[in-house]
Design a protein around this ligand. Structure first.
Ligand code: PPE
Length: 307
């Protein structure tokens, strides 16, 4: 399905009509993947749209830009304000938000430093990432034949456009196999993450997730899920996860801004636990979606767009 158009895109500080937000074909980013980006969601609440984890996402965007030595010519506060204003201008009740900072048109050649840094904020309405039934029913996945990038070959903790060629290979392979997603191992063979999600494994009531050193993106939803699990009294351990621990697990789920909290019902055709959404996953979803509905916000994760 094509992206459902909104009215405006924020482009280098100006609101431009959706169809006019264009770049030159010789922009550096098109050739060398020199972009950093975010995926954020705003949810519909009784007090209007509320952005989940706004500041954390903007912090990660600036961190990614720092890694790529891009100077974003706005303060973080200005960037947050621009995101809120984009949602107001586009009159969304809820939406996905895609900030993007990239190297534009000036010179070509791998060295990016002489190309301008350009900034975009786009918003659109985006439903469940892994299919409409995924949140309740769960998804079927397999371990990918692809590995995540070695820690000295790429910068997994930074959300950099070019690095998503790895994710594209993973998701194309999964779809070829008729599956929703792939689980990617790191170069040492430990479980890392999905093509666009972090992963959690529950075994004997303990919740495990790979550490930041396992070539993962340090997911914000991952952080939220860990905090909610601790609030409910569960022990959460960041540790290396060998592949067969997925098969031993009582429950496995993905987290991500787009995927939210999505249960995994089979891995490599092997049912996880009962083969349907498990009770701890359900409890975490209930807590998470109570926050996104605006019913509670014990940790101050919501930013209301209209205040
Ligand atoms: N790992 C990867 C590789 C990743 O891309 C994401 C987000 C995550 C983990 C989860 O991070 P967080 O959103 O902070 O909890 N993937 C974004 C892009 C998806 C896309 O198709 O584009 C997202 O979920 O918005």
């Amino acid at each position: 399905m094509p992206i459902p158009k909104a009215e405006f895109i924020w482009f280098n500080g100006q609101f431009v009509p959706w169809d006019e937000a264009k770049v030159h074909v010789l922009a550096h980013v098109l050739h060398y993947g020199s972009s950093v980006f975010e995926g954020i969601r705003a949810y519909s609440t009784p007090k209007g749209p509320a952005i989940l984890g706004l500041r954390l996402h903007v912090d990660r965007l600036y961190f990614s830009a720092k890694v790529m030595r891009m100077e974003i010519p706005y303060t973080k506060d200005e960037f947050c304000e621009a995101i809120k204003e984009t949602i107001r201008r586009n009159k969304h009740k809820e939406c996905y938000i895609r900030p993007l900072v990239f190297r534009g048109y000036e010179v070509l050649g791998v060295n990016p430093l002489n190309c301008p840094v350009e900034s975009v904020i786009a918003t659109w309405e985006w439903g469940a990432y892994l299919g409409p039934e995924a949140i309740e029913k769960g998804v079927d996945v397999a371990v990918s034949s692809w590995r995540r990038m070695a820690p000295d070959a790429a910068m997994a903790l930074a959300k950099i456009g070019g690095q998503y060629t790895n994710s594209q290979m993973v998701v194309m392979e999964a779809r070829d196999r008729g599956l929703a997603e792939g689980i990617v191992l790191d170069v040492y063979g430990y479980v890392s993450e999905g093509s666009g999600e972090n992963i959690f494994v529950i075994l004997d009531g303990v919740i495990y997730t790979p550490p930041l050193s396992a070539s993962i993106l340090g997911g914000i939803t991952r952080r939220f899920a860990m905090t909610l699990a601790q609030d409910l009294g569960y022990t959460v351990k960041e540790q290396n996860i060998p592949r067969e621990m997925l098969y031993a697990a009582d429950e496995v789920f993905f987290t991500g801004t787009a995927a939210e909290i999505t249960p995994i019902k089979t891995v490599d055709n092997i049912p996880i636990g009962s083969g349907s959404r498990g009770p701890i996953t359900k409890r975490l979803q209930d807590e998470f979606f109570a926050i996104t509905r605006g019913e509670k916000d014990p940790h101050g994760w919501l930013t209301y767009v209209n205040t």
